[in-house]
Design a protein around this ligand. Structure first.
Ligand code: NAD
Length: 366
C-alpha cells in the first residue's frame, strides 16, 4: 500500500480542531498518510513573522497536495489575504466547490447537486490595489484620467480587475473537462459581459470558444445577477457553473447556503498537478477552542482530496459515513441540530468519533 505525503496546514480559529478531526477520519480508512505539518496565517505570523512562510509553500510544492484549515484575514488592515497569496504562489487557478444536498441537513432546498468552478487567481482578486491618498494611486488615477473619457476622483481607492485570455481558457477548460470526467451534462458560463464589456466580455467570448470544443457537453451562459435569481427559482436546471473569482466567491457561498450552510461545504484549489483542499468557511473565531465547530466541511474537503488522489471508494466511504451520521442525528454539532443546543450536541471531536465508527464498521447496526 502506498503512503501519501500531504502538507497539513491547521490554520487559525477553529482550523486546528476541524483539521485534527479530519486527520483522524482519513486515517481511520486504513490509507497511510505522512502528514507534513506546516503553518500559515496568524499562528505562522506569531511564530515566524511571516503569514505565509516559504517553508509552507515549499512543502506543498514537494508533496503536490495539501489539506488546509481556514485562516484569519483581518479586514482593512493591509494584512494581505494568505489564501489569495497561497493560491497565487502555487498556481492553484481553479477553486472547485461542490454544493450537494446531504440528507438530514436542514435547508430550504432539496436535491441540489451543483458544482461551482471559480477562477482563483485573477478577476477582481488580482491583488493589484492602490490605497486612497497614496502617491501610487494618484499616479494611476492621473494616467486613467489622461486616457479615459470617464474621470476618476483623485482620492479614490483602486482595485484592478484582470482577465487574461489564458486565464479564461484554462478555467473554462477545467469546467468542461470536469463535466466530462464526472458524467455531468451541462456547463453554464456565468458573467457580467453586458456591463464590463472588456473583462467580462473576454470571459464570455473565450468561454464560448472553449465550449465549442466540447460538443458532448451542453453549454449556455447567464448574467451573474440573473444566475443568482435562477438558482433560487429553478436550481435543477443547472449543473456545472464557471465564473471569475469574485462572482465565484459569492455564488459558491449562495450554493453552500442552499445545501445547509458553510458547516457542510467543502472545496479544493487545483492547479496543474498540484492541489490544496480546504473548506469554504472561515476561521469562525467565536467558536474557536470550544470543541463545537462543525468538522463536516473540512472532512468532506478531505474526501475531495481522496478523489484527487484516485482513492474513489475511500472517498465514498467517508462521504457515506458523514451522511449517515448527519441523517441519524447522532452526536452531530449544534448547528446541525434543530434546537441548536450546544449542551446536547456532539462537539467537533465527538462527531468525528461517530464518523470514524461508521467508517470502520464499529458502529452497532440496528
Ligand atoms: P466564517 O466562515 O468564519 O463564519 C461565518 C459564520 O458561519 C459564523 O457565524 C460562523 O460561526 C459560522 N461557521 C463557519 N464555519 C463553521 C463551522 N465549521 N461550524 C459551525 N459554524 C461555522 O466567516 P467570517 O466570519 O466572515 O470570517 C472569519 C475569518 O475567516 C475572517 O478573518 C476571514 O477573512 C476568514 N476566512 C478565511 C477563509 C479561508 O481561510 N479559506 C474563508 C473565509 C473567511
Amino acid at each position: 500500500m502506498s503512503t501519501y505525503n500531504v502538507t497539513l496546514i491547521p490554520g487559525d480559529g477553529i482550523g486546528p480542531e476541524v483539521t485534527e478531526a479530519t486527520r483522524r477520519v482519513l486515517e481511520s480508512i486504513g490509507i497511510r498518510f505522512n502528514w507534513e505539518y506546516q503553518q500559515a496565517g496568524m499562528i505562522a505570523y506569531e511564530q515566524t513573522g511571516d503569514t505565509l512562510p516559504e517553508a509552507t509553500l515549499d512543502s506543498v510544492r514537494r508533496n503536490k497536495v495539501g489539506l488546509k484549515g481556514p485562516i484569519t484575514t483581518p479586514i482593512g488592515t493591509g494584512f494581505r489575504s494568505v489564501n489569495v497569496g497561497l493560491r497565487q504562489a502555487l498556481g492553484l487557478y481553479t477553486n472547485l466547490r461542490p454544493g450537494k444536498t446531504i440528507k438530514g441537513v436542514q435547508s430550504t432546498f432539496e436535491d441540489i447537486d451543483l458544482i461551482v468552478v471559480r477562477e482563483n487567481m485573477e478577476g477582481m482578486y488580482s491583488g493589484v490595489e492602490f490605497d486612497t491618498g497614496t502617491p501610487e494611486a494618484g499616479e494611476v488615477i492621473g494616467k486613467i484620467n489622461d486616457l479615459s473619457a470617464r474621470k476618476v476622483a483623485i482620492d479614490a481607492a483602486i482595485s484592478i480587475k484582470v482577465i487574461t485570455p489564458e486565464g479564461v481558457r484554462r478555467i473554462v477548460r477545467f469546467a468542461f473537462k470536469y463535466a466530462r470526467a464526472n458524467g455531468r451534462k451541462k456547463v453554464t458560463i456565468v458573467h457580467k459581459a453586458n456591463i464590463m464589456k472588456f473583462t467580462e466580455g473576454l470571459f464570455l467570448k473565450i468561454g464560448q470558444e472553449i465550449a465549442a470544443e466540447y460538443p458532448d457537453i451542453e453549454s449556455n451562459d447567464r448574467i451573474v445577477d440573473n444566475m443568482c435569481m435562477q438558482l433560487m427559482q429553478k436550481p435543477q436546471e443547472y449543473d456545472v457553473l464557471v465564473m471569475e473569482n469574485l462572482f465565484g466567491d459569492i455564488v459558491s457561498d449562495l450554493v453552500a447556503g442552499m445545501v445547509g450552510g458553510l458547516g457542510v461545504a467543502p472545496g479544493g484549489n487545483i492547479g496543474d498537478g498540484i492541489a490544496v483542499f480546504e473548506p469554504i468557511h472561515g476561521s469562525a473565531p467565536s467558536h474557536a477552542g470550544k470543541n463545537e465547530a462543525n468538522p463536516v466541511a473540512m472532512i468532506l474537503s478531505g474526501a475531495m482530496m481522496l478523489r484527487y488522489l484516485g482513492e474513489q471508494s475511500s472517498a465514498e466511504k467517508v462521504e457515506n459515513a458523514v451522511a449517515d451520521v448527519i441523517a441519524s442525528g447522532d452526536r452531530v454539532t449544534y448547528d446541525l441540530r434543530e434546537d441548536r443546543d450546544p449542551a446536547k450536541a456532539g462537539g467537533t471531536s465527538g462527531m468525528a468519533d461517530a464518523i470514524i465508527e461508521r467508517v470502520t464498521g464499529r458502529y452497532p447496526q440496528a
